[in-house]
Design a binder for this molecule. Structure first.
Ligand SMILES: Cc1cc2nc3c(=O)[nH]c(=O)nc-3n(C[C@H](O)[C@H](O)[C@H](O)COP(=O)(O)OP(=O)(O)OC[C@H]3O[C@@H](n4cnc5c(N)ncnc54)[C@H](O)[C@@H]3O)c2cc1C
Length: 476
């Protein structure tokens, strides 16, 4: 007898699906493109899960009710979200931790200090790597067969039903299938094509760095949309994009390459001009817009500049900043035009309301704002005047793309509006249903966990129904 459920992918969404299908009694085969040592996709880079809760719970303080979570999502997506699917994710985030713990995931209190997420996000002990390792161990215990270095290039469908997947020349059949193979963020040609050429004649995507795995090439996403005409959702240029250290590696730089001092800094472009309100909101609510902002600047580079007063108030980056003992020296060391840089910094320093400087508090939306400056700096605006000064070069770091397969509360892939009976999708491959734009920390794992679990359960049920049909056929 062949496999009941085939799961394609090896990250959080795939593993949640595989575990749920196995728990429902299905035989499961999981195909992961990466070798064993690089397994786990972008999920291996994660740290936390955004969780709704109405009262303090284990590692979560206070309360984070459904409505507040929904409003946060609505705000960052600017309404480009499906409310029913978003609410499904939000509600699921309140009940999944017990199940996760039964599969070996451990949570820890959030790190103290720079992040404002003790209320909203549950942190994985050992990070995403420990989470995926725990899930792989649990999956093996439940009899899930796992094959590494098994990239699926295409699938075979019949009237919208999954029939088989192809890994090279090998044809693998199953009664149902879950697609959880991530976005297309590591496919540089596709990013280039999506972003095109700008008015300066640049190809912006050539300067993007990929924060996560190199294996999310979007092969199946493209195959499903272009060859099987699956219903798609989202814009290929929308993605979770963070401003990261320009010295980060092309792939797998992970969390530590993020530059977290932006909200305490002044950010200038290659012309040494400011271009956005650095203090618009707390960093966890804003970090994912900065990659895109930098992508729109000449050369897709910007520089975040702080002084000694900011040190110790943000998560220190992995690479040391460029240090100088005066602002003109910093401009020279960063390769920026000194006159333009000093004009920007002097204008900014003059615009900081000195009478409010005593009210500076980076843990609240304080009243330190600039006056008469465009763009404004809304909070945490203090003059940059205390040596030593530090500068960090920034580049857009793509976390994951939002173009995906359209789905519904059953996680079914849809063709011409019709849900497939045995093909399901989860994680980044469908995140665009909830995230049309923007991001708020921890939602990626909420989406993958909610939809991975639904997809696995539905796939097991579809396989059981197919088994039932086989038995009836044999008896007839
Ligand atoms: C640095 C970083 C930090 C992050 N931090 C957080 C966080 O703290 N909280 C949060 O919620 N989100 C975070 N995210 C986003 C989060 O990683 C994703 O939203 C989530 O992990 C997506 O899970 P997934 O299973 O859909 O994809 P992935 O985890 O990327 O898994 C996709 C899998 O598919 C495999 N694959 C790809 N193509 C094929 C193919 N053709 N055949 C077979 N296998 C294939 C890949 O090898 C990979 O194993 C972070 C991302 C990065 C890069």
């Amino acid at each position: 007898m062949g496999t009941d459920v085939l799961v394609i992918g090896g990250g959080n969404a795939a593993l949640c699906a595989a575990l749920m299908a196995a728990e429902a009694g299905a035989s499961v085969l999981l195909l992961e493109a990466a070798p064993r040592e690089l397994r786990g996709g972008n999920s291996a880079h994660t740290r936390n899960l955004r969780c709704m809760h109405d009262a303090p719970q284990d590692v979560l303080v206070d309360a984070y009710p459904e409505e507040e979570y929904w409003q946060d999502l609505l705000k960052v997506t600017g309404g480009r979200t499906s409310e029913p699917l978003a609410r499904l994710v939000i509600r699921a985030s309140s009940t999944c931790r017990g199940w996760m713990q039964r599969h070996g995931v451990r949570f820890q209190p959030p790190l103290s200090g720079a992040l404002h997420v003790a209320r909203t996000n549950a942190f994985f002990m050992g990070g995403g790597k420990a989470l995926v390792n725990a899930y792989f161990r649990s999956a093996e215990r439940l009899g899930v067969r796992i094959r590494y270095q098994a990239p699926v290039q295409r699938i075979e469908l019949q009237d919208g039903r999954f029939v088989a997947a192809w890994v090279g020349d090998e044809r693998i059949t199953a009664k149902a299938c879950v697609l959880a193979a991530g976005g297309f963020e590591s496919n540089r040609e596709w990013l280039r094509e999506a972003w095109g050429r700008n008015e300066r004649g640049e190809w912006p995507a050539d300067n993007f760095l990929i924060r996560g795995t190199r294996f999310n090439q979007g092969t199946l996403l493209r195959h499903l949309i272009e060859e099987h005409r699956a219903d798609a959702i989202g814009d290929p240029t929308q993605a979770h994009m963070v401003a990261i250290d320009a010295r980060a590696p092309l792939y797998d730089g992970g969390i530590c390459t993020r530059i977290d001092c932006v909200s305490l800094s002044v950010v200038v472009n290659r012309e040494a001009r400011r271009f956005y309100d650095e203090g618009e909101d707390f960093w966890p609510k804003r970090y994912a817009i900065w990659g895109r902002l930098v992508a729109q600047q000449p050369g897709q580079t910007a520089w975040s500049v702080i002084d000694a007063k900011a040190v110790g108030r943000f998560m220190p980056p992995v690479f040391p900043g460029v240090v100088a003992h005066s602002l003109p020296e910093l401009a020279r060391r960063l390769g920026l035009d000194e006159t333009a840089f000093m004009q920007t910094l002097n204008d900014y320093n003059r615009a900081c309301r000195r009478d409010h400087a005593g009210h500076f508090d980076h843990t609240v939306l304080d009243d330190c704002r600039t006056e008469g400056l465009a763009p404004v700096k809304s909070h945490w605006a203090r003059p940059i005047d205390t040596a030593p000064f530090y500068g960090y070069a920034l580049r857009p770091g793509v976390t994951f793309t939002y173009l995906g397969l359209r789905t519904d509360e059953t996680a079914a892939v849809r063709f011409g509006g019709q849900p497939s009976a045995n093909l399901f999708v989860a994680g980044e491959m469908m995140a665009g249903n909830v995230l049309g734009q923007g991001y708020t920390a921890g939602v990626g794992m909420s989406i993958g966990t909610a939809f991975g679990r639904i997809a696995g359960t539905r796939a097991a049920a579809a396989a059981a129904a197919a088994r039932g049909r086989e038995v009836q056929h044999a008896l007839a």
